[in-house]
Ligand binder design. Structure first.
Ligand SMILES: NC(=O)c1ccc[n+]([C@@H]2O[C@H](COP(=O)([O-])OP(=O)(O)OC[C@H]3O[C@@H](n4cnc5c(N)ncnc54)[C@H](O)[C@@H]3O)[C@@H](O)[C@H]2O)c1
Length: 331
């Protein structure tokens, strides 16, 4: 039997959160297909929460209802939002830090409440506060941000993190192992991003964005077993909005030491990649909770740039770990 799932989001009015809530409302009505959701093929076999079983709540500094937040964040267009306008407008964030989880659980008769951290980069103290609230109420916790959440406080609940591996870094974790296994020697990898949303304003700042740059940089050497020349840049460029542009230039040595070059450019809405991953994470970690798991859920590491517990960063090995976990439950 599917279980009723509450998702409490720290940063409910943000770009990723409002896209996630709007997307779920559209999925519930069958107005969009469940694309980019790894959890969907396992929904029936593993009794994951269905779209109808999911209820959202959460906190934000802004007190915008979710329709206003989705319009402001401009990830999903107003026409697409129209059929779910009322439902979104009825949802407003709680005041920052308010301890409302028990009442939320009771009011909606929820079996599991997951706390999802979508606070801005750099908000370590507030992230720790929400992690402690999750632990206090026995809620699984997902940290999609690069922030330090004080994981020790979470040892009695299942948790997963850190820093969602959405676009460029995900592609790096696919390509680098492929080039390594083809026995090319990578000599240089230059990555740059243009991003114009609120997150971009922070992560494009050399000081505030330092943790993000570190997360995006560290994994290449760990996958290859040596350190090529590796540069990662994030440029805040407001005209881009949420539509991120990323460029990668890879220089490698092939047979006879002759050069091989790859140039990859990609354009996508950042939150359109992140929102389904957050939905997957909440459905999967609720499953772990139901099974009585506690502590770091390493089988979910494919979703993160800097997974708790460290490497492997290689997407295929991480994906295999997820499939093995799910297969073992089914057996
Ligand atoms: N979009 C992606 O692809 C992606 C990928 C990896 C990681 N992330 C991380 O996800 C997080 C969210 O990204 P976003 O684009 O939605 O950011 P955003 O800036 O749009 O949203 C953050 C929200 O948090 C709210 N907030 C600030 N302080 C708060 C507090 N103390 N309590 C409650 N709410 C508070 C803000 O008002 C805002 O609405 C960021 O840390 C980002 O680095 C995003």
């Amino acid at each position: 039997m599917n279980k009723k799932l509450g998702i409490c989001i720290a940063g409910l009015d943000g770009a990723v959160a409002s896209t996630m809530v709007a997307g779920t409302a559209l999925l519930r009505r069958g107005l969009t297909q469940p694309l980019a959701l790894l959890s969907e093929p396992f929904a029936k076999s593993h009794a994951l929460a269905r779209w109808n079983d999911i209820v959202f709540a959460g906190w934000d500094l802004r007190s915008e209802n979710l329709h206003a937040a989705a319009l402001r964040n401009a990830v999903v267009g107003p026409c697409k939002l129209k059929p779910v306008r009322r439902e979104l407008a009825a949802l407003k964030p709680w005041a920052v830090g308010a301890d409302r989880i028990a009442a939320f659980r009771r009011e909606h008769k929820l079996d599991t409440v997951v706390v999802l951290n979508l606070l801005p980069t750099g908000q370590h103290a507030a992230s720790k506060q929400y992690a402690r609230l999750a632990a206090k109420h026995g809620c699984p916790f997902v940290n999609f941000t690069p922030n330090d959440c004080g994981e020790r406080a979470l040892r009695d609940v299942p948790f997963a993190g850190r820093d969602g591996k959405t676009g460029q870094t995900w592609l790096k974790s696919v390509l680098a192992p492929a080039l390594r296994d083809r026995a090319f020697r990578i000599t240089g990898w230059y990555s740059t991003n243009l991003l114009g949303n609120e997150d971009g304003k922070i992560v494009g700042d050399p000081v505030l964005g330092a943790a993000k740059i570190r997360d995006k940089t560290k994994l290449l050497g760990e996958m290859l077993g040596y350190e090529p020349h590796h540069t990662v840049r994030i440029e805040y460029f407001p005209p881009r909005g949420d539509t991120k542009e990323s460029w990668d230039y890879i220089e490698a040595d092939g047979f006879l030491g002759l050069p091989i070059q790859f140039r990859i450019s990609a354009q996508y809405r950042d939150s359109i990649l992140a929102a389904p991953m957050c939905l997957d994470l909440c459905r999967f970690i609720a499953l772990a909770h139901r099974r009585g798991e506690t502590g770091n859920q390493k089988w979910l590491s494919l979703y993160f740039k800097a997974p708790y517990g460290g490497p492997p960063h290689d997407f295929f090995r991480q994906e295999q770990a997820l499939r093995e976990y799910l297969a073992a439950i089914r057996a």
